[in-house]
Design a protein around this ligand. Structure first.
Ligand code: PLP
Length: 726
């Protein structure tokens, strides 16, 4: 796997190369020397440049998991602004060219603004807008595979109106279609046919967990480039090209090139993205400037007629201008400051690398062929269901469990694929939603199974057996799988609206290694398998089976099932700090809880702090007020219990009663504490760590409750993969 916390140096740098290639297209550096050389450089090799720009945009914009439209909206806004500015910038040149004197000015103007650009190179910006928005929408609607089919089909249509038009022209009906299209736009190389496939490939690469090896990627991209070269030369030879932007081998070549460049990770060069775009926009202006200057200075032979010098002159002027503009813009232009850390008053930091680690550890502990079902109920135990589930799905987790139908629908809204099991009761009237969002429902007992079946929507279900917890489940296992209950269970398998994909039970004392509890758990397990065997004897095909949750896996790792439903262990913690388990897994906590010092005050000996004057200073003290309270999920019961928080790597005890939105800590003994500093309530700061199970223990609860009650207004920030998703 690629290192996730480094920036995309390779991508940033290649954008610059791409910009120079585009200058080459418009200046033909080899023009004076070799017609063939010029064709190869500008009509084939340099054709990689614009697709690369599209792919970069797609890489940062297109994601199956971008359910909020804020990203595309920001992209459209920014691109439209740039396009608007570029149109205005080139009005003088349009005037000079006599653009505004053309007949049918208005239809032409609309056509150019929407498809072709008001100057030859500006088509890229409307194509970005149209292509980006189209693909974002397609991927949301139908996922990557089908969206790829659609955009590849569009590309093919474009191809036959571009490099292969000479072939198309000979087929009457089809050429009619293209003739129509060419009324709308001068080319097929635009946002409808050309851009989508590249946006899509960029996004797909970003979302996909597998990638070719570096050498493979380089080799294949070089091979594709060779094939494209051959393709270009053949088409050129037979003169079938109407225009020469689109080749069969261009998309695969770009795909492997991009994958190869992703291996170059390190320093962030975001400024190169600005500079390369500016070079793109400004270089035609520089071409004009150089022509004028050459005329004025009588240096046309050198500056214009020598194609290499001309190219270099345009490069030097365009790059200098763009760097200067970018520096100016960053210093004086945009009022926007860099994203600050610490802008949230109280926040959760999740470490996705630790989450990945925990998934690996759990999967290794499971028997072969057993799959992880990630339990993400209750907002992923307070960690933020979107961030957690999207990451898990990306790293290959294919099964999820939620508590409610609404949680399941939310998961689908986030773009999560695979099995989603609803563990709790869903009102039967909502069967159509289970069906619509492809959710699997737990059958909580026989009566429920009948009602759900009667709704008339075919839903996927898992049967739950009560083996001793006496919460949800068919009672069949309790009497050894005999009698009426067994008949009921068997009949469920033939109900026409229930697609039975699983059968499971839940252990209620799997966390305990006490002899009596172990005996009871073994009884539960025996009861479960007894029913399974009876079903088998009836000739019923046994669907997926699952028994263990986190402690079930850690204390009974040998059970052979299809799934382990892991919740708390996935988040890298145990329920209590003194837990004894048979397997000791090397789990890493995913969540940290943090707030800020908003105020520091001195209180005199004898002064009290907070509600009810519970805390009275027994010496002159310094008190820091933190921006977090019980409404944020930090339990009020921790008041007056000497619970510490960490500031600047040092421990500070909580004093007085915890308020709804604030709490106070004693920092008399701490050094170098100032307003604005981060306070860690759960997590690590320097050498010290406050663990969630320890805090939960102090609060007379378990980690599960502490975490799942994290408040709604606590922001979730994401430590891992920052560069990939920002
Ligand atoms: C919550 C839940 C789990 C997950 O339990 P953990 O102890 O957090 O791993 C598994 N199964 C069912 C039925 C649950 O309700």
């Amino acid at each position: 796997m690629r290192k996730s916390n480094k920036s995309y140096t390779g991508i940033d740098c290649f954008r610059m190369i791409a910009a120079l290639l585009i200058i080459a297209i418009h200046t033909s550096p080899l023009g004076t020397y070799s017609e063939l050389g010029d064709f190869i450089l500008t009509r084939v090799i340099a054709r990689a440049a614009v697709p690369f720009f599209f792919m970069t945009s797609g890489f940062f914009l297109i994601s199956r998991y971008s359910y909020k439209s804020d990203k595309p909206v920001a992209f459209v806004k920014k691109t439209a602004q740039i396009y608007g500015a570029a149109i205005v910038l080139y009005i003088p040149i349009n005037l000079y060219n006599g653009y505004f004197k053309t007949e049918n000015l208005l239809p032409n103007l609309i056509k150019d603004i929407v498809f072709d650009g008001t100057l030859y190179h500006l088509w890229y910006l409307p194509a970005s807008l149209v292509g980006g928005v189209t693909v974002w929408y397609l991927v949301r609607r139908m996922g990557f595979h089908r969206a790829f089919t659609v955009s590849a089909a569009l590309y093919l249509i474009g191809l036959f109106g571009d490099s292969y038009y000479g072939v198309t022209e000979k087929v009457p009906v089809i050429s009619g279609f293209y003739a129509l299209w060419f009324q709308v736009s001068d080319y097929t190389r635009n946002g409808v046919f050309f851009a989508p496939v590249f946006f899509l490939l960029g996004g797909w690469i970003a979302d996909c967990k597998t990638s070719p090896k570096q050498t493979t990627a380089w080799t294949l991209s070089a091979l594709m480039m060779m094939l494209m070269l051959a393709e270009g030369l053949i088409l050129h030879h037979f003169q079938v090209q109407r225009h020469d932007s689109m080749y069969f081998f261009l998309p695969p070549c770009m795909y492997f090139l991009f994958q190869a460049l992703l291996y170059y990770r390190g320093k962030r060069h975001v400024w190169l993205r600005d500079v390369s775009l500016l070079v793109y926009i400004i270089h035609p202006m520089m071409i004009v400037v150089i022509r004028f200057a050459a005329k004025a200075l009588h240096m046309q032979t050198l500056l214009v007629e020598n194609s290499v010098v001309h190219f270099l002159a345009v490069v030097v002027t365009s790059v200098s201008f763009s760097v200067a503009a970018a520096v100016y813009w960053n210093r004086f232009g945009s009022g926007k400051k860099k994203k600050q850390t610490g802008i949230h008053r109280a926040y959760i930091e999740i470490n996705l690398d630790n989450l990945t680690h925990n998934v690996k550890v759990l999967c290794k502990a499971m028997p072969p062929k057993c799959e992880l079902m990630a339990v993400v109920k209750a907002d992923a135990y307070g960690h933020g269901m979107y961030e957690i589930a999207a990451h898990l799905n990306k790293i290959g987790v294919r099964a999820f469990a939620a508590a409610t139908v609404d949680e399941g629908i939310a998961l689908r809204g986030y773009g999560i694929r695979g099995e989603i099991l609803i563990l709790g009761y869903t009102p039967p009237e909502r069967a159509w939603e289970l069906c619509k969002y492809d959710l699997s429902q737990t059958l909580v007992d026989y009566g429920y199974a009948c009602t759900l079946n009667a709704q008339g929507h075919r839903v996927k279900v898992h049967i739950k057996l009560d083996t001793g917890m006496h919460r949800l489940g068919f009672g069949v296992a309790l009497d050894g799988g005999t009698g009426k209950e067994m008949q009921n269970l068997i009949s469920v398998f033939s109900k026409k609206n229930l697609a039975i994909n699983g059968i499971y039970t839940h252990l209620c004392a799997a966390d305990s290694l006490d002899e009596a509890d172990v005996l009871f758990t073994r009884l539960q397990i025996t009861r479960f398998y007894k029913v399974i065997n009876r079903l088998k004897k009836q000739g019923i095909h046994i669907p997926k089976t699952h028994i263990q949750s986190s402690y079930g896996l850690m204390n009974y790792p040998e059970l052979k099932c299809s799934y382990v439903r892991a919740g708390i262990s996935l988040y890298g913690v145990l329920s209590t700090s003194n837990a004894q388990t048979k397997l000791r897994l090397d789990l890493k906590p995913v969540l940290s809880l943090k707030a800020h010092v908003v105020l520091i005050r001195k209180v005199k000996q004898g002064d009290s702090v907070g509600y009810g004057r519970d805390f009275v200073a027994d010496r002159d003290s310094r008190i820091a007020i933190l921006s977090i309270g019980y409404a944020d999920g930090f339990p009020r019961i921790l008041s007056g219990r000497g619970q510490d928080v960490l500031i600047n790597g040092q421990q500070a005890p909580i004093v007085g009663r915890i308020c709804m939105d604030q709490l106070a800590v004693d920092i008399t003994e701490l050094s170098n504490v100032s307003v604005g500093m981060t306070a860690t309530l759960i997590g690590r700061d320097g050498d010290r760590e406050i663990t969630a199970p320890a805090v939960a223990g102090q609060a007379e609860s378990i980690t599960n409750e502490l975490l799942s009650r994290m408040g709604k207004r606590v922001a979730v920030t994401n430590l891992g993969n920052i560069s990939k998703f920002s």
